[in-house]
Design a protein around this ligand. Structure first.
Ligand code: ADP
Ligand code: ZN
Ligand code: ZN
Length: 832
């Protein structure tokens, strides 16, 4: 008998053991292990649900009675056994059902086996069965099977989804009356392969072009053929393997479509199907050559990582390199080494839309073996990439957060770029941090994790200082370029003119930059026109009627918009409290800054980049292209423009209001403010010319802003660690936030109070009581979102085991009963 340890898609923390039906045993007797990683359909209570096979064992003596699985859903596994310990770790650490963990990890929309058709196999048998039934409606599905011989996929699904009918179907299959045909192998999305051409061997590069042409008789070719050859030669220059895609070639010379066949016939060129990487708007990714020389710092860093890879032991390396120090090249060399050793690589980037640059670097260096996993892929494409990785055709995976689950076998290296970035944390359902899972996965696979950033998370820095991680530093920009000089403008002393957001010095710097035909980036971390609208007569702010937040004015849309639930009101409204129509905007956002800049320099081309404009991914990428092409003079944007982008012609970076984040109820407010300023500062002066940075602030003496102005990351980190040590905040403890949400405020409060007293009592009963602290309950900083009230309890633990035991018990006792939703957020990133 073969038993299957299975994680089921139900809210349970343990796996369940099922039996492989006897009918399938022959197939898998020899290699039960090949069942691991496949999905199955299993009975669970009165339901049938999906399960994921974690282990398959041949056993002769089974004491307990086991249920049989109903069916195996996949022809090939979706994950390798090596990731199973990671799944288990996640389920335990984040207090999440194990089956749901696997479901989160796998690409969504796996359509394998979705199409089935019921087909007639033996008319006589089916007729007999029908005859035996007491009464059958004329349009009973069995009658239709007899008539039509095969039912459509849609009809089959309807039958299949009704449990009683499904049992009948399976019984009829057993009797030999019908068969159920799987429509697997349905049209997969067209592969990304394109025909490519290269010059044949005698036309290789060793001899000079004229010499070669003379000798090989290219002169004999027609004019058109000669032109085609010349084009292939020039377009292929610098490309790996010197090939040109058909699409590129025809773009330059449509007539070549006919000529290539003749040239292939004459053995002048060769054709080959190759995978071609394009940006989402269809452009070829640019080819980025390897730099001629590494900087000393790059060399040192690479050397250290290479030694780590050679040791074949788990190790985490924190690469702290200032903006523009050339971290990408270090990643590339590290990846090259891992690939050379026959292992695979995962590269995580905070936001894939911004990562076209890193993709281009990796594709330029490693070509075909790169797979991209990002949210822009259609389910079919995602599945294709997934199988390419599983099969080992792709050995380098680049992607956002969820790419950490990619089925790379023999994973030798995981790179996390901009490791401090909060978008590595998933903010719903399974609230995991992909950077942290990277470390766990590296540990399970005995491999290397490289965490790179100019501004590492203070917690990562602490890990490096306490020798949990190795620390590598790159303190200089490539080719000796300096970090930009930063000027602070004190908004308290030095107010902008009435009605303006920008101080005259700031405004002048933007004009000067424009006049020098260089580019500026202005950061303002709030989208919309104004933060809110206030009544001049009674002082009330316009609040969302579904959330406890003010509504932001969006002038472009002529609307007031709630950024939490999307509720809209027309721009012109009356005060809710006093009915006055005397409503004015207060505070400012990207739209307002954009307007001011446009008024100041009407001839400048201004682009606004925020999540409003980035919602259309295509448009967003186009804007980035335009900035790179210098078709934009001034960029106004939120933090989305601060991350990792390389625009060599940006010489001025301005932060319109630096302190916005400091007021956040978050113990990392200073750290996050520092990171944002340092990141956007790093966008200036990356090219030939030096950069300059201007920061407007109400709190010029706040250490986060002062250190950011001086590029003093270490001082910031040390100071933060000092504060947190005294307050007992992470990394000197761990936090778990428990949030209670529900429609009735009183019920939510009651439940939150109940949970916190329960947790306090639990702590008191433990010998190590002092190590765990329960804070709250209190209304969450945003008390209501989408008509749901929110309360929270924060649990702070010095001993992680204790903390998790408490949270585990809490989940068991409270998560299942009651109508309020209980959300457990381990290592919360957002405290709102
Ligand atoms: P970071 O990620 O550290 O901010 P990047 O990796 O984006 O920096 O590198 C900044 C720029 O320097 C890129 O254009 C890159 O191609 C270039 N660069 C990197 N290493 C070298 C080198 N050794 N020589 C010349 N240019 C380099
Ligand atoms: Zn009013
Ligand atoms: Zn709202």
């Amino acid at each position: 008998m073969i038993t299957l340890e299975t994680a089921v898609a139900a809210p349970v923390s343990d796996t369940y053991t099922y039996l492989l039906p006897q009918s399938l045993e022959v197939t898998y007797r020899e290699k039960p292990g090949c069942l691991i990683g496949r999905r199955v359909f299993v009975p669970f209570g009165s339901r049938r649900i999906t399960g994921y096979i974690f282990a398959a064992r041949r056993e002769c003596d089974i004491q307990i009675e086991l249920k049989e699985i109903i069916e195996i859903l996949d022809d090939i596994p979706l994950f390798h056994p090596s990731i199973i310990p990671v799944f288990r770790w996640i389920a335990h650490y984040y207090h999440y059902p194990i089956g749901a963990v696997v479901k989160t990890a796998l690409p969504s929309g796996l359509t394998v086996n979705q199409r089935k058709n019921i087909c007639l196999k033996d008319e006589k048998i089916l007729q007999t069965v029908l005859d035996e039934l007491q009464q059958t409606a004329e349009d009973h599905w069995m009658v239709r099977v007899l008539e039509k011989k095969m039912l459509s996929a849609k009809e089959t699904k309807a039958i299949w989804d009704r449990p009683a009918d499904r049992r009948t179907v399976l019984a009829l299959v057993k009797k030999g009356a019908i068969t159920v045909r799987d429509g697997k192998g349905t049209a997969r999305v067209a592969r990304k392969h394109e025909p490519c051409y290269r010059l044949a061997a005698p036309y290789g590069r060793e001899v000079s072009a004229t010499e070669r042409d003379d000798e090989c008789g290219l002169k004999e070719l027609t004019k058109g053929e000669q032109k085609t050859v010349a084009l292939i030669r020039s377009l292929a220059e610098g490309c790996p393997e010197a090939t040109v895609s058909r699409r590129e070639l025809l773009k330059h010379y449509p007539y070549a479509a006919r000529l290539v066949h003749r040239l292939i016939g004459k053995n002048v060129i060769e054709a080959e199907y190759k995978r071609i990487y394009r940006t989402p708007d269809g452009e070829l990714l640019p080819f980025l050559p390897k730099p001629d020389r590494l900087t000393d710092e790059q060399y040192q860093a690479i050397h250290h990582i290479h030694l780590g890879i050679e040791e074949e032991q788990f190790k985490v390396i924190l690469l702290q390199g200032v903006t523009g120090s050339g971290k990408t090249e270090v990643y590339l060399e590290a990846a090259a080494k891992a690939l050379n050793d026959g292992t695979g690589v995962i590269v995580l980037v905070p936001e894939i839309a911004l990562a076209t640059q890193i993709e281009a670097h990796f594709v330029s260096r490693f070509g075909d073996t790169v797979a991209l996993l990002h949210s822009g892929l259609k389910p079919g494409e995602r599945y294709d990439e997934w199988s390419r990785i599983y099969d080992g055709d792709a050995r380098v995976v680049i992607g956002a957060r969820s790419a950490i689950f990619a089925p790379v076998e023999k994973l030798g290296l995981i790179i996390v770029d901009e490791e401090h970035d909060s978008s590595f944390k998933q903010e719903d359902k399974l609230r995991y941090n992909s950077r942290d899972i990277a470390v766990i996965r590296a540990r399970e696979e005995q491999s290397i994790a490289v965490l790179g950033s100019a501004t590492p998370a203070v917690a990562s820095y602490h890990n490096a200082k306490t020798k949990k991680f190795d620390l590598l530093e790159m303190k200089n920009r490539v080719s000796g370029k300096k970090l930009p000089k930063v000027t602070l403008i004190d908004l308290k002393k030095d107010k902008p003119p009435p009605g303006k957001v920008l101080h005259p010095d700031f405004a002048q710097a933007i004009k000067d930059t424009f006049n020098r035909q260089e580019q500026s980036i202005l950061l303002i971390n709030r989208r919309g026109f104004s933060a809110s609208v206030i009544c001049r007569d009674c002082g009330s702010l316009v609040e969302c009627s579904h959330c406890k937040v003010t509504m932001n004015l969006h002038k472009g849309k002529k609307q007031l918009l709630c950024h939490y639930c999307g509720y809209r009101l027309p721009e012109k409204i009356l005060c809710n409290s006093c009915g006055s129509g005397n409503m004015v905007p207060i505070g400012f956002g990207t739209e307002r800054v954009e307007q001011e800049v446009k008024e100041m320099i009407p001839e400048a081309i201004v682009a606004r980049v925020d999540s409003d404009s980035a919602a259309d991914r295509q448009l967003f990428l186009e804007t980035l292209q335009n900035i790179r092409r210098r078709a934009v003079d001034i960029v106004v944007g939120t933090q989305i423009i601060a991350k990792g982008l390389h625009f060599p012609d940006v010489t001025l970076v301005g932060v319109v209001w630096a302190d916005g984040g400091l007021a956040f109820p978050d113990y990392r407010a200073a750290e996050k403010t520092y990171q944002l300023i340092a990141q956007v500062t790093g966008r200036a002066g990356r090219g030939e010319r030096d950069g300059r940075v201007i920061i407007q602030t109400m709190q010029p003496h706040h250490y986060a802003i002062g250190y950011a102005a001086n590029h003093s990351y270490e001082k910031l980190a040390e100071r933060e660690l000092d504060i947190r040590k005294r307050a007992g905040f992470p990394p000197f403890s761990r936090l778990v936030s428990i949030r209670v949400e529900g429609e009735q405020e009183s019920d939510v409060r009651k439940k939150a109070t109940e949970i916190s007293s329960w947790a306090r009592t639990w702590c008191l009963k433990r010998p190590a009581a002092a190590l765990t602290e329960v804070l709250g309950p209190a209304p969450a900083p945003i008390e209501k979102i989408r008509d749901r009230y929110r309360w929270q309890i924060l649990i702070k633990g010095k001993n992680i085991q204790e903390l998790h035991e408490l949270v585990g018990q809490l989940a068991l006792s409270f998560r299942k009963n009651g109508s309020e939703k209980i959300i457990i957020d381990v290592d919360p990133e957002s405290m709102l």
